[in-house]
Design a binder for this molecule. Structure first.
Ligand code: PLP
Length: 397
């Protein structure tokens, strides 16, 4: 049997991402991993104890922990001034990733257009195309990744069904401004369009930047699906507890899809989520402070090496560093060299850009910058960052 002939059309369209291609090389060179967005330091002890206790208490079966929905509703209602009903408007999923996929399957039909900002976290497009939807990219303008309201307005058509907003943003570390959120909300309302937000970095913002949920803007609470998770706020990306919060008809569709795909998120970790979601505010203050000092360390380190850092991350735990203008290598070539010569791996920026011919023509965007960025993750222990600094110190541009 020729297995390749048996693959579905959609499966054939997916290729390994640049990061997957490089990870084998990185492993063979024992490289320090500044590529992937997961912390390499321990999760909070009180959370681990809660998970251990849940396992000892035999929470081993399929499970829906309503208390998680109750706490989430309380948090978002207080924080974003919403009126989420915990009984009907919250779906617990396996991480933001499943929440996002279920949200897309709940609202996207064949040929529906979905607006995304470019550069963009990679998984959104796959979900949209699997649902038969069409991703339409709106380029954010470098070096500060600003949103041009005119570009956004021109991207809507009568087929636009939804817009995806990730703030704080992976890969750039941008936190969308209030003015930008207002433009997005205004367009969603006047075009009668839905929004799916990805707020996994909601607690990781720096300087005076604050996270605002798009759902809290005028006219948006009935047209926004909030997705988020425990992964980044509590350094537990492997626990797979996330959620979607949406108007009840949509939330109910998401729940139905979630049950069909995975049935339920891991039971002991849902129990531990009850502890996470009642964590006192001091935890989040410390989290921000820690990440802010890691960000400052990385900015200084990479500037010292010769990268151009025109945009200091305002949130998330990624730094999108630009290669010097006259540097003869592309992002891909440079990352290969960085792995082989100094033993540090990061992600070539090109994987986050999605050249969209239609849009390129429409907006006359210059896409040449797309192979000039490298994404460094700084969600790593001080020890890891110091070892990376030692190795990167030997690079000369
Ligand atoms: C923007 C963004 N959204 C979602 C995720 C994945 O979240 P989860 O672990 O909850 O599926 C990541 C992980 O890197 C991310 O960067």
């Amino acid at each position: 049997m020729e297995a390749a002939n048996k693959l579905s059309t959609i499966a054939k369209t997916f290729k390994p991402s640049p990061i997957q291609e490089l990870s084998h090389l990185a492993q063979s060179c024992n490289a320090i991993n500044l590529a992937e967005g997961f912390p390499d330091f321990p999760a909070p002890l009180h959370l681990k104890n809660a998970a251990i206790s849940a396992i000892h208490s035999d929470f081993n079966q399929y499970r829906h922990v309503q208390g998680v929905c109750d706490y989430l509703a309380k948090i978002v209602n207080e924080k974003h001034n919403l009126d989420v009903n915990p009984q009907t408007d919250v779906a617990i999923c396996c991480g933001q990733t499943e929440a996002f996929a279920a949200a897309v399957f709940a609202i996207i039909d064949k040929d529906d257009e979905v607006i995304l900002f470019d550069p963009c976290f990679e998984t959104y497009e796959a979900c949209i195309t699997m649902a038969g939807g069409v991703p339409v990219y709106v380029a954010l303008d470098p070096p500060h990744w600003t949103l041009n309201p005119e570009t956004l307005k021109r991207s809507f058509t009568e087929k636009t069904k939804a817009i995806v907003l990730n703030s704080p943003h992976n890969p750039t570390g941008k936190v969308f401004t209030k003015a930008e959120l207002e433009v997005i909300a205004g367009e969603c309302c006047s075009r009668d369009c839905l929004a799916i937000t990805d707020e996994v970095y909601e607690y990781v913002t720096f300087d005076n930047n604050k996270h605002t949920s798009l759902a809290s803007l005028s006219g948006m609470k009935d047209r926004t699906i909030i997705t988020s998770s425990l992964s980044k706020s509590f350094s537990v990306t492997g626990w797979r507890v996330g959620w979607a919060i949406a108007p009840h008809l949509i939330a109910s569709a998401i729940k139905n899809i979630h049950v069909k795909i995975t049935d339920s998120a891991p039971a002991p970790f849902q129990e531990a989520a009850l502890t996470a979601l009642t964590t006192p505010p001091e935890y989040f203050e410390l989290l921000q402070k820690d990440y802010e000092s890691k960000r400052d360390y990385m900015v200084k380190l990479l500037e010292g090496v010769g990268f151009q850092i025109a945009f200091k991350p305002q949130g998330s735990f990624f730094l999108f560093a630009e290669l010097p203008e006259d540097f003869p290598f592309t992002d891909m070539e440079f990352v290969k060299k960085m792995i082989e010569k100094v033993g540090v791996v990061a992600v070539p920026g090109r994987g986050f850009f999605h050249a969209n011919m239609y849009l390129e023509k429409l907006c006359e965007v210059d896409y040449k910058y797309q192979n000039r960025y490298i994404r460094f993750a700084f969600c790593k222990s001080d020890q890891t960052l110091a070892s990376a600094a030692q190795r990167l110190g030997s690079i000369k541009f």
